[in-house]
Write a protein that binds this ligand. Sequence first.
Ligand SMILES: [Fe+2]
Ligand SMILES: [Fe+2]
Length: 152
Amino acid sequence: MDKEELINSLNWFYSLETSQVELYTAQSRKFKDQYGGMVFERVAEIEQGHGDLISAKIKELGGTPTQLGEVISTIIGASMGTILSMTGLDMALRINIKLEEKAMSDYSQLIASVEKEGESPESELCKLLKYNYVDEDLHAAEFAKLIGTEGE
Ligand SMILES: [Fe+2]
Ligand SMILES: [Fe+2]
């Protein structure tokens, strides 16, 4: 993987993280009267942190953070507007879990490929990717825990 391929791959994560901030922030408003709404608000902040770190890494590599189209539609098969118009906390949680799982599988692929090409597992890049992976794992677990709590 040359530098340009790495930048392209990081732009994918930048796009995904940024889209998650947008979706989770909108969901936090939609479900503001429930605990789930608070969880979405907090997770949106964490995704913002991920996006900021990836953006900084792209710039450090000489690239420009770029939004690569409608990544949520690509993963879920429905636009953000359609997703937000679907009713119910459980539906939102199930969609979010799909996004978190996609992020986890893509992070682990990128970690494996940069390490295979000689990047130290302890490098700043690998740690960034691994810490994000751990956060996505926590998000998916929390979202799964909240299924069935509508109205609580
Ligand atoms: Fe994230
Ligand atoms: Fe996440």
